[in-house]
Design a binder for this molecule. Structure first.
Ligand SMILES: C[S@@+](CC[C@H](N)C(=O)[O-])C[C@H]1O[C@@H](n2cnc3c(N)ncnc32)[C@H](O)[C@@H]1O
Length: 206
């Protein structure tokens, strides 16, 4: 298995959103965090030989990280077609060994029915924007339907919510790690151009 730092380097060429939509909370996961999440999942046996679905894939950061680690299939799904075309260009740049199926669809309406062992990886909208409240809840609900294991990025204060949501769906949070995430100002309602926010990544067995 390649190292986490090699994966971070490979993901360094993944372009972000050309014209990000605040209502969809469009910002790119930093390569370091994407590499950490996928490397951890790979060490747990949750990538290789499995179907990996990236819900709200944006320009493809997490899906492409998984595609570099020997999955059976990778699907990247987003509601907005604009980042999906950037994701296709990113796939050529990264030159993954497995190809990714880029799909336009609503992650909250369960448009997929993968067969076999399935891992969801996602950085869903946190539901911070008006009209988009509880977006992460809807993404988790789809995840509970299609995956037997998932890795998702949430606000640091989401631990109680994520644990009780998983328990209600018969799942269990098995691992969690904290990280810092740089958010563009438009998404965080702060005064400086960029803000560091604390996030937490959860592994859930469903
Ligand atoms: C925080 S961004 C993460 C992007 C990408 N996964 C990454 O890690 O760089 C959230 C993504 O969810 C997408 N999104 C928001 N609502 C959605 C929905 N209902 N269905 C599918 N995608 C959605 C946005 O377009 C955006 O690309």
């Amino acid at each position: 298995m390649a190292t986490k730092s090699a994966l971070t380097q490979q993901l360094g060429v993944v372009a972000g959103f050309d014209d990000p939509r605040v209502d969809l909370e469009q910002y790119r996961t930093p390569p370091e965090l994407a590499a950490h999440l996928v490397h951890t999942a790979d060490l747990q046996g949750d990538i290789e030989g499995r179907t990996v679905v990236d819900l709200g894939c944006g320009t493809g950061m997490l899906a492409l990280a998984a595609a570099l680690r020997g999955p059976e299939t990778v699907v990247g799904l987003d509601i907005d077609p604009a980042p999906l075309s950037t994701a296709r260009e990113n796939e050529r740049r990264v030159a993954t060994s497995s190809s990714v199926a880029w799909v336009r669809g609503d992650a909250t309406a369960a448009p997929l029915c993968p067969s076999g062992p399935t891992t969801v990886i996602m950085n869903p909208p946190f539901g911070a924007q008006t009209g988009n409240e509880h977006a992460d809840r809807a993404f988790l609900s789809t995840t509970a339907d299609i995956a037997d294991v998932s890795y998702s990025i949430h606000n640091a204060d989401s631990v109680d919510f994520v644990e009780s949501f998983a328990a209600d769906e018969g799942g269990e949070v098995t691992h969690a790690f904290a990280a810092e995430f740089e958010l563009p100002r438009a998404f965080d309602h702060h005064d400086s151009d960029r803000e560091e926010i604390d996030v937490e990544v959860f592994r859930i067995e469903w």
